[in-house]
Write a protein that binds this ligand. Sequence first.
Ligand code: ZN
Length: 442
Amino acid sequence: MISVICCTMREEFIDNVFENYLKQRLPEKELIIILNQSAMDLKRWEEKAKPYPDISVHQLPESTTLGECLNYGIHLCKHHIIAKLDDDDYYGPNYLENQLRMMKRMNADVVCKRTVYMFFENKKKIGLHLANKEKNTFVKRAGGVKGSTLVIKKYVWEDINFRHVNIGEDFEFIKRCLWNGYNIYVTDENDYVCLRRWKGNHTWKINNLALIQQSKMLGEANTIMAFIEEKNKMEGKVIRPVYNLGLESRRIALTFDDGPDPVYTPKILDLLQKYDAKATFFVVGEQLERHPELARRMVDEGHEIGNHSFYHPYLTQLTSSEIYKELMDTELLIRRITGKRTRIFRLPYLANNPKVMQIVNELGYKTIMCSIDTYDYKSIEYRDIVDTVMTSAKKGEIVLLHDCGGDQAETVKAVALILKKLRNRGYRCVTVSRLLDIYKKQ
Ligand code: ZN
C-alpha cells in the first residue's frame, strides 16, 4: 500500500529511523533506507533490518545528492504511494494512516503538513510552527509546506522527479507539483514533531531563531517523547494500568490469555455460550496465526479480543524496535482476521518498565492488569481455581485465566463451575471494554 523512504547520513539516528516506521499502523508497507555516505556502517544497519523482511538498506556515496538518493529509493518502491520520512523527526503511530486517509478522502495527489510541532533541542522548548495557517486545506503556494511530511502518489514523482540538489529538493518538488497542476493538501499538526537541532545538516536555510519567531511557543519539554506523553495525557489518551474497577453493578470480566488453543479454546467458548457469558481473550500473535478461525468465532459470539504480544516475550528485555514489532504485528493480524482494531493490551508476564509503558501508551493501548490471578498456568487443581475466584469475587473484578500454555483441562473444568456459581450469585460476565465503558460514564 505504501513505500516509505528515509535517506540518512547520520549513524546516531538508526533507532529513530526503525522505530518511526515500525510503529506505523498500516498493514502493507515497506521501508527503504538509503545511507548517503560511504563511511556509514552498512553491516550494522543490515543487521538491525534482518528481522524485518519489509525493510531494506542501500548505500550511496556522499557525492550522490539528496535528490538523487530519493529518486533512487523511489525507483525501488513496490507500492504506488510514497512517503518520505526524515531520520531525526518524530512520527506518531497514526501518522501514515491519517495521511493516507486524507489523501483518499480529498483525492489529493500530494499530502503533507504546514503547521507542525517543533522541538528546539538546545532550548528544550516546543513550538507550533505556522500555528495560524489554515489546516486541512488545499494549498496554492509551496511556502511553509514541510518536505519531511511528504506523501505522494508515484505518478506525480514519475512526472516530476526530485532535482539533483542537496538543499531544498523538496521545496522545489512541491513548487513544481503546483506548477504542473497537481493538488497538494495539508493536514493538521497531529502525529508529527520536527526536531530542530542547533548544529547539524539542516536542509532548511532559514535558521532556528526565525522558526521560533514564526511559532507559537507552547512550553518546555526535555525530549520529544516527554512532550508526546504529556500531550497524550492531556488528551486523555494515556490510561494507567487498569487493575479492577470497583463497580456498583454485579459485573465481572473473565479474561483468557495466551491462546487461541485448538483444544481448550473451543471448550471454553462452548461453556461461555451455554451460560450466555462474554469474555475477553488476550491472544498471542503466534497462536492466532495458526488458528484464525477461533478468533472469528470469538468475535461472532460477542467476545472481545485483546493484544498480548506476538511471541510472548519479556518486553522489558527487548529493544524499542522489537517492542513496536511485537505489538504492531499482533494488532495488524487481529485486524486482518477479525476486521477490528483492539485497544486493550495485556503485558506478557505482566512485566513492565517505564520504556515498555511509554510505548504501550504511545500506541494508544489501555493496559489491562488483573485483580484476581488464578495461577492456572501452574496446572493447579480446578477446585483451587474455583476457590480463588469465588472467595475474592467482588464487583468489577478482572479475573486472569489461560486458555492455552499448558494443560488447561483443569481451567476448563474450573470455568464450568465458576460460570455456574457466578450466575447463581447474580453476576454477569462481560468483556473488559464493557467494564471500561461503564467506568468512564461514572
Ligand atoms: Zn500470557
